[in-house]
Design a protein around this ligand. Structure first.
Ligand code: TTP
Length: 186
């Protein structure tokens, strides 16, 4: 049995598709990492999440951090509806990267990595942005959107791992399998 160091229902759902038994322990890690490039930053935050939980629980622990990167600007989770609107305006008509850094601690050693998925939004009207922000969906999501939710209608194309955009790359499932955690029977 391993531990997912996350409060994210999306990460729990993705792992739940593949594994029968795991525990969820939300991390209290300090996520304020400065002065590194976005990929390094996502990995560092994932490491902090995993180690913070590991120090309390031991065992095998998985942490992850998802960010949206547009033209070298990192878009995290919007703090309110106004910030969500600004982020969506920036994303409209452009390609951005969704990066998830991950860290697995197993037998006291860490395995870290990241996955990048490119996403193209079509042009968005003011009205569409108003509607979407009104649904409440953007607030706890990096980049102010949920590809698995109503923001699906904003997507022109996606290149790479869909689950990475939702919060956990399939690479992590494969790593856990390699470490000996069996996939569940469907
Ligand atoms: C871009 C995008 C992000 N997201 C979510 C995934 C993450 O849950 C969230 C980014 O925030 P994170 O800080 O990565 O994760 P979290 O705070 O939800 O959970 P924890 O730190 O406890 O692990 O945005 C979507 O659900 N859909 C999307 O399309």
């Amino acid at each position: 049995m391993f531990i997912l160091a996350s409060q994210s229902p999306r990460r729990r759902e993705i792992l739940g598709r593949f594994f029968e038994n795991f525990k969820v322990v939300p991390s209290n890690a300090d996520e304020n990492v400065i002065g590194e490039n976005p990929r390094e930053k996502a990995i560092e935050v994932a490491r902090r999440k995993a180690w913070e939980v590991y120090n309390r629980t031991g065992g095998t622990v998985v942490g992850a951090d998802t960010i949206v990167v547009l033209e070298n600007k990192v878009l995290g989770k919007p703090k309110d509806k106004e910030e969500a609107k600004k982020m969506l305006k920036l994303l409209g008509g452009k390609v951005h990267e969704v990066i998830t850094g991950y860290c697995i601690i197993h037998k006291g050693k860490e395995i870290t990595g990241f996955e990048v998925t490119k996403v193209k939004f079509r042009e968005l009207s003011e009205e569409e942005i108003e509607w979407y922000v009104g649904t409440g969906e953007p607030l706890d999501k990096a980049g102010a959107y949920a590809i698995q939710g109503k923001a699906a209608i904003f997507i022109e194309w996606i290149h790479g791992d869909f689950y990475n955009v939702v919060g956990l790359p399939i690479k992590v499932v494969l790593e856990l399998k390699k470490l000996g955690f069996p996939l569940k029977q469907f």
